[in-house]
Write a protein that binds this ligand. Structure first.
Ligand SMILES: C[S@@+](CC[C@H](N)C(=O)[O-])C[C@H]1O[C@@H](n2cnc3c(N)ncnc32)[C@H](O)[C@@H]1O
Length: 259
C-alpha cells in the first residue's frame, strides 16, 4: 500500500471538515482546559504577559487563556477558514484577541515582542523540507523577549510508534464516519483519510504526512535553536477514554527559555 501526499497538504487541510474529523481533540472544551492547566503549570505565566498562540488553529487555547485573565494573546495560523472562525468567535465573545494569518516560518511581527510562544496541539512536522520546523522555532526565538519562554506540545513519536495502528475509524455524531489508513516509514507517518457523511456521501478523500519527534530529537531541535533550560515532559494523555485519537493522546511538551 502506498500513500501519495501532496507536500503542501497542510495549506488546505485545516478547514471546517478538520474541525469535524478532529472534534474529539480540538472542539472539546474540557480537553482544552486540561492542556492550558498544564501550560500554566509548566511556564511562569503572569496576567500581563504577551502570549503568541503560534499555529493556533481556530484559537481554542487563546480563548481559554483569555477567559483565565491572560488578555494579551495573539493568534497566528496559516488557515484562512480557521482564522476567520476565530475572529468571529472572538468578536462574539468580545475577546480582544488579534488573529493573524500567515506562515510561521516567516511571522513578520516585530522582534522581542512576546513573553511566551506556545505551539500547541501537534502543529510541527507538517512541512517536508528538512529545515522547516527549525525555521519556525527560529522565528519563535526572534519574536520572544530575552527571558521569554517557548512551549511546544506535540505527539510523542516514541509512544506513537509503540502503539501504531495502521487502520482506524471513528464516528462523529450520527452523520460522519472518519476512516484512516496509515503507513510508518522511519520517523514519517503518512495517512490517507476518507470521511463519509451518511447524508452527503464522501466529504473528504485526502492524504497527509507528519514528521514524528521523540523526546530526544525534540529536545535537540529546541536546544539547537539556542533556547536554554530545555526540558521535555512526557506522558501527557489529555483524553480520558481509550481510543485512537490520531496521535492526539500521546503527547509531550518541551519548554525552553530565550537567554
Ligand atoms: C493540528 S492543528 C492544531 C491547531 C491548534 N494549535 C489547536 O491545538 O487547536 C495544526 C495547525 O497548525 C497550522 N500550521 C501548520 N503549519 C503552519 C505554518 N507553517 N504556518 C502557520 N500555521 C501552520 C495549521 O494551519 C493548523 O491550524
Amino acid at each position: 500500500m502506498s500513500i501519495t501526499v501532496d507536500p503542501e497538504w497542510w495549506k488546505s487541510t485545516f478547514d471546517e471538515i478538520y474541525l469535524i474529523t478532529d472534534a474529539r481533540s480540538v472542539c472539546d472544551d474540557e480537553i482544552t482546559r486540561r492542556e492550558i492547566d498544564l501550560v500554566c503549570e509548566l511556564l511562569p505565566m503572569n496576567h500581563r504577559d504577551r502570549i503568541l498562540d503560534l499555529c493556533g488553529g481556530h484559537g481554542r487555547h487563546s480563548m481559554e487563556l483569555y477567559r483565565r485573565g491572560f488578555t494579551r494573546c495573539t493568534l497566528f495560523d496559516y488557515s484562512k477558514p480557521l482564522i476567520e472562525r476565530a475572529r468571529k468567535e472572538a468578536a462574539r465573545c468580545s475577546y480582544d484577541i488579534e488573529c493573524i494569518r500567515g506562515d510561521a516560518r516567516s511571522i513578520g511581527l516585530l522582534s522581542e515582542t512576546f513573553d511566551h510562544v506556545l505551539i500547541m496541539g501537534n502543529s510541527l512536522g507538517y512541512i517536508p523540507e528538512h529545515a522547516a520546523d527549525a525555521q519556525i522555532l527560529a522565528e519563535a526565538m526572534r519574536i520572544l523577549c530575552p527571558g521569554g519562554w517557548l512551549l511546544i506540545d506535540v505527539a510523542d513519536g516514541a509512544a506513537v510508534k509503540d502503539s501504531f495502528h495502521p487502520r482506524s475509524w471513528h464516528e462523529i455524531g450520527a452523520d460522519v464516519v472518519v476512516c484512516r489508513e496509515r503507513k510508518l516509514e522511519g520517523n514519517i507517518v503518512s495517512t490517507r483519510e476518507i470521511v463519509l457523511s451518511k447524508e452527503k456521501g464522501m466529504i473528504r478523500n485526502s492524504s497527509y504526512s507528519l514528521h514524528l519527534y521523540d523526546p530526544q530529537t525534540l529536545s535537540q531541535l529546541v536546544n539547537r535553536t539556542g533556547f536554554g533550560k530545555v526540558k521535555v515532559h512526557t506522558g501527557f494523555f489529555p483524553h480520558q477514554r481509550t481510543g485512537d485519537y490520531g496521535f492526539m493522546n500521546h503527547r509531550m511538551l518541551a519548554t525552553g527559555q530565550k537567554p
